[in-house]
Write a protein that binds this ligand. Structure first.
Ligand SMILES: Cc1ncc(C[n+]2csc(CCOP(=O)(O)OP(=O)(O)O)c2C)c(N)n1
Ligand SMILES: [Mg+2]
Length: 599
């Protein structure tokens, strides 16, 4: 590490005091940097660029690279994925800064993931000089775009390009307020390079952020609330669908209390992470992307369904009811409609709602509780399973499957408190027991592969010092697309364990080719072509080691797996970054059972 880094603040901190500006000679970007501090951004993940060299200077030489502290990333997609992962744990945003149009283009998929995951990210960028006479030849011209925000407008809550220094504070304050008002999401503020580099002299008076915070959550309409309570009180077979809910312990306790009060079966979704204890007597069968036969039966039998912002409620009903009329009464607790636009269909099908409580789901839960009387416990969640349409073929002995990997990991983790930041596509259902909102963080939101490593680093950053062990179990395709995010974890001493469920394939898509071939009666054996990541097999452990992390594997033997995982956890507990390459049998646990295929 270079000598210029001071002690105490970690890599990147410098010894100059913050706000060391004795000359009264302030610049436009100083106002931008001071406002980023004012809204309380702890970090800004970034990849540098001349479009924001003014802001960069202010963050380093005015603020001393603290509050916010820069986190250098090797790709803009990592910068945003780190901010996404951080906010999922911290419940508040950090920043990401991306260079002009090109950095923003690199960042876009990660912005989309954060958008679909309804996660706040303060995305900052730059362009220009907007005034053409101030542009340097060539480079300033190719890196200046009119309406740069248009690149991300369809999947951000708001964007702005303040045209004067006087407009900067309001822009930053509004960005923060918009991002953190439910439903949350990413916002983008673009700073004109010439504005950043304008000499101001004296610093203008800057507003405090205190009067520009997100509003207190709205309460449900009293009549709609009474009607919902009456419907639930009269229900004989209520089902609660726990979707995008709060990661707050008090909200978790209220949800459990509501399920017990109503004696309602609860379905949870791996996409949205832990929302209800898996071992609770009222926890229903796994309900992942495709509802299991048991979950479908429960929904069809339900007289009242309470959806707590379930992702794709219409899709769940379609799976359960097919073309039949939906007989269940539906209570929707969601604000998501406020975010829907004409570009992204991530809003999913339009679900029926007999009562729509247009509030945050956990606000609805807290408001319903005092209106309901506890009823006797009589429900058992497990309706007899319909026979699986495809019998799972047993995995061969001596090999590791994604599910046996979960079992081994659970054994090694033992009584430690963990956060499973991501789970591989192959895990489905209830592969990991949850008892706390931070036990499982859920998916990437937008199904954009490559965000896994960055999200792991960001979530681990927010978990640093909490005593909760950060573990991300990722696919090899996801890992390889985002592998250089690990460098940021190593550089900034962010302990994290990455376990790669490595099937040497973009296997999800092998299954699609399998389906196509079967439908068309063509050779299924060719499904691997254009999918298999082999010849050569990338050496993931070496790719980790090449960035200063500790790399383990490839592990192919189940007997070796536990030993290796134990060593990797010791590495992380000692403050390190570890990656374990585990070669797993390609196979998926699906609603129809587990499918394994020998190569
Ligand atoms: C950016 C992006 N590119 C391609 C896809 C299509 N896709 C969906 S799953 C998948 C395979 C992912 O591979 P891996 O992470 O190894 O998981 P596996 O399916 O093998 O378990 C791909 C390529 C996508 N969702 N996002
Ligand atoms: Mg794979």
């Amino acid at each position: 590490m270079s000598d210029s880094r001071g002690e105490g603040h970690g890599p990147g901190a410098i010894e100059r005091p913050a706000l060391a500006n004795e000359t009264g000679d302030y610049w436009g970007s100083d106002v931008m940097a001071l406002m980023l501090r004012e809204i309380g951004l702890p970090y800004v993940a970034l990849n540098p660029g001349a479009s924001y060299r003014g802001l960069h200077d202010s963050l380093v030489n005015l603020l001393g690279n603290v509050e916010p502290q820069m986190l250098l990333c090797l790709h803009e997609e990592h910068a945003v994925a780190i901010a996404h992962g951080y906010a999922k744990v911290a419940g508040k945003p950090m920043g990401a800064i991306v260079h002009s149009n090109v950095g923003l283009m690199h960042a876009t998929m990660a912005v989309f993931n954060a958008w679909c995951d309804r996660t706040p990210v303060i995305l900052l960028g730059a362009t220009g000089p907007v005034a053409a006479d101030k542009r340097r030849p060539w480079i300033d011209w190719i890196h200046t775009a009119a309406d740069q925000g248009a690149l991300v407008r369809n999947y951000t809550k708001w964007d702005d390009q303040p045209a004067s220094i006087g407009a900067v504070p309001e822009s930053v304050l509004r960005a923060y307020k918009m991002a953190t008002t439910a439903p949350c999401g990413p916002v983008y503020v673009c700073f004109d390079a010439a504005l950043q580099e304008t000499r101001l002299g004296d610093l203008p008076k800057l507003p405090s952020a205190d009067r520009f915070r997100a509003p207190a959550p709205a309460a449900p309409d009293p009549a709609a609330l009474q009607a919902a309570a009456a419907l639930l009180a009269g229900a004989e077979r209520p089902v609660i669908l726990v979707g995008r809910t709060d990661r707050d312990e008090a909200a978790w306790a209220c949800r459990v209390q509501l399920a017990e009060t109503l004696d309602a079966i609860v379905l949870t979704d791996p996409k949205t992470g832990s929302g209800f204890p898996t071992r609770h007597r009222l926890q229903g069968p796994p309900a992942g992307n495709a509802l299991s036969a048991e979950a479908c039966a429960l929904l069809r039998e339900a007289d009242v369904v309470l959806s707590l912002d379930w992702v794709d409620l219409a899709g769940a009903f379609k799976t359960a009811y097919g073309d039949d009329e939906i007989k269940s009464k539906v209570i929707l607790a969601s604000l998501d409609h406020q975010l829907h636009n004409g570009w992204s269909m991530d809003y999913q099908g339009l679900p029926p709602a007999d009562i729509h409580l247009a509030v945050e789901p956990d606000i609805a839960v807290a408001a319903l509780l005092p209106l309901l009387k506890p009823r006797a416990a009589s429900r058992t969640p497990m309706t007899p399973a319909a026979p699986a349409e495809t019998e799972p073929s047993a995995p061969s002995p001596g090999i590791i499957t994604p599910v046996s990997l979960a079992e081994a990991l659970r054994d090694v983790v033992g009584s430690r408190t963990t956060c499973i930041i991501r789970t591989p596509l192959a895990w489905g259902g209830h592969a990991w027991e949850t008892n706390h909102p931070l036990d499982l963080l859920g998916g990437d939101g937008g199904g954009g592969i490559g965000g896994g490593p960055g999200m792991a680093v960001g979530a681990a950053l927010a978990l640093r010092g909490t005593g909760r062990l950060p573990i991300a179990v990722l696919g090899d395709g996801d890992t390889l697309m985002g592998i250089t995010a690990l460098w940021t974890a190593v550089h900034y001493r962010i302990p994290v364990l990455i376990v790669v469920a490595n099937n040497n394939s973009f296997f999800n898509d092998e299954l699609h080719q399998d389906r196509m071939a079967r439908q068309r009666e063509r050779p299924v054996a060719n499904r691997w072509i254009g999918q298999r990541i082999a010849d050569p097999e990338p050496d993931l452990a070496m790719l980790a080691r090449g960035q200063g992390a500790t790399g383990f594997g490839p592990v192919r033997d189940p007997a070796e797996l536990v030993r290796t995982l134990r060593q990797a956890i010791e590495t992380v507990e000692a403050g390190g970054v570890a990656l374990v390459d585990v070669r797993v049998e390609p196979g998926y646990a699906t609603s129809m059972g587990s499918h394994y295929s020998r190569r």
